[in-house]
Design a binder for this molecule. Structure first.
Ligand SMILES: [Zn+2]
Length: 259
């Protein structure tokens, strides 16, 4: 780690030089990444590629929350894990790998299940503050529903991704903009749809693509303050190789975000 959160060391300038060179990106954006705190809910198919890209790009604090252990069937798509890691904690194994990939950042893991009751303590555990951005990398609707509630309760921007089969979805909700939430889009279908990767299957590339689309938007949001998906939902269809962006409106009767 370097002395200051507000300047870049020589090692950081060298490591991130291809980004700092980029038109539309600069040292200021890179410094913002360095001081950013990101929490990922889930260290699986989405959480692995998303966190790896964030860490390689220079996000300063990355905290993964996952109570699962690594299984053989995870290795097809969960890119931070090796066969020798089977049986180990996903969150701790991923955090160790991320710290090895980029020693200039700090990655942490938490091994309990995030709940409404422990959320404040877990979300603030390693920085003493709420994260700048919450990434929902979970694989079930119950957790996505809880992420949505926490985003609204603590006014945290929520970057929600999902991947199943050949398809994925992505949206970035900003509660302080009062422009709708996950439930505004999906309504009661949240509890009706029980498909998961475990019961429906997923192509290895679907999670890699969706995790990196999620990272792509996170980097822009954290570094430049851009949300190109404001009031929009991105749909990826890996079979047809098509991406669609559709608009949505805040549901004035939404039981989650109505105020
Ligand atoms: Zn809502």
């Amino acid at each position: 780690m370097t002395e200051s959160l507000y300047e870049l060391s020589d090692d950081e300038l060298l490591r991130y030089s291809r980004q700092v060179l980029l038109l539309g990106w600069d040292i200021d954006a890179q410094v913002k990444l360095k001081s950013a705190r990101v929490v990922l809910i889930g260290a699986g198919g989405l959480g692995c590629p998303a966190s790896e890209t964030l860490v390689r790009a220079g996000v300063g604090l990355v905290h993964l929350i996952d109570d699962d252990k690594i299984e053989m069937s995870n290795l097809q798509r969960q890119t931070l894990f090796l066969p020798k890691d089977i049986g180990q904690s996903k969150a701790l194994t991923a955090a160790k790998m991320l710290n090895d990939i980029n020693p200039l950042i700090n990655a942490f893991g938490s091994t309990e299940r995030l709940t409404d009751d422990n959320a404040f303590e877990v979300l603030t555990r390693f920085s003493g503050k709420m994260p700048d951005l919450l990434l929902d990398c979970s694989d079930n609707f119950a957790t996505r529903d809880m992420s949505n509630r926490l985003s609204i309760r603590y006014q945290l921007p929520l970057l929600s991704a999902s991947a199943i089969g050949f398809q994925g979805q992505l949206a970035l909700f900003e509660p302080d903009q009062n422009n709708g939430c996950y439930q505004c889009i999906f309504g009661d279908s949240i509890s009706d749809d029980n498909r998961t990767c475990a019961n429906s299957g997923v192509l290895a590339s679907t999670t890699a693509i969706m995790g990196n689309l999620q990272a792509n938007l996170a980097l822009q949001y954290l570094g430049l303050g851009n949300n190109p998906l404001a009031n929009k939902l991105l749909l990826w269809d890996g079979k047809r190789m098509q991406q669609r962006v559709m608009g949505y409106k805040k549901d004035l009767n939404c039981s989650a975000c109505q105020r």
